[in-house]
Ligand binder design. Structure first.
Ligand code: HEC
Ligand code: HEC
Ligand code: HEC
Length: 128
């Protein structure tokens, strides 16, 4: 290998090390628990949006719902499939996802995220 090759190799190693926290996070995302490990609602077939979208973007959807409802007083969410949902964490999400521990929390533990929502919001039926 010539000097140029060594420099390029060094640069490649450097870039990988520096960006490690970002792509290791992404890789961890791919390894989130699968269907077998999570409790899915038994009272419905589908989520407000498709599974792929929910998995990647439920946090953004929730902040959007909060802002729309609390700031703009707009309670109606119309999904891609044309269904209307009330923009509420407790009344909508948790009415289907009844077992928070076995769904939300189980996945968040894997991903090492601790949403603080439950300091104020309650889950029907309780839960930690
Ligand atoms: C009408 C019932 C219902 C409502 C309301 C609902 N969900 Fe779901 N959700 C489901 C079902 C059923 C699935 C599994 C869909 C499937 O078969 O893949 C799901 C899937 C998901 C997933 C993907 C899980 C995975 O496998 O990766 C996430 C995340 C999620 N929901 C979060 C939420 C959040 C947050 C809300 C509120 C904004 C919400 N859900 C509202 C029924 C619901
Ligand atoms: C399949 C895995 C999975 C499931 C199931 C899941 N989440 Fe999440 N959630 C994540 C991941 C991963 C993040 C962190 C995303 C990031 O930081 O980019 C997250 C982040 C969040 C955040 C933002 C937290 C913050 O501090 O910014 C909220 C709020 C949230 N989830 C709510 C829920 C609720 C409510 C449910 C259950 C209805 C749920 N999630 C189910 C994987 C999941
Ligand atoms: C310090 C207390 C507090 C925390 C923490 C908190 N909220 Fe809220 N949230 C409120 C209050 C108060 C309202 C207004 C309730 C109303 O108007 O009915 C609200 C309203 C909302 C709404 C719309 C109304 C509803 O019934 O859900 C959403 C969605 C929401 N919050 C999501 C979240 C999410 C997601 C988190 C965590 C990332 C969170 N909140 C954390 C206090 C809090």
């Amino acid at each position: 290998m010539g000097d140029k090759g060594k420099i390029l190799l060094g640069l490649a190693v450097f870039v990988i090390l520096v960006t490690f926290p970002f792509w290791s996070r992404l890789a961890a995302g791919d390894a989130l628990p699968g269907r077998a490990e999570l409790e899915y609602p038994t009272n419905s077939e589908a989520c407000v949006e498709d599974t792929e979208y929910m998995r990647a973007s439920h946090m953004d959807l929730l902040s959007q719902w909060r802002d729309d409802l609390v700031r703009d007083g707009n309670p109606d969410y119309v999904s891609a499939s044309g269904e209307t949902y009330y923009k509420s964490l407790t009344k909508t999400c948790m009415s289907c996802h009844e077992d928070r521990d076995a769904f939300c929390t189980r996945c968040h533990d894997y991903a090492d995220v601790q949403p603080t929502c439950w300091e104020c919001h309650t889950t029907p039926g309780g839960g930690a």
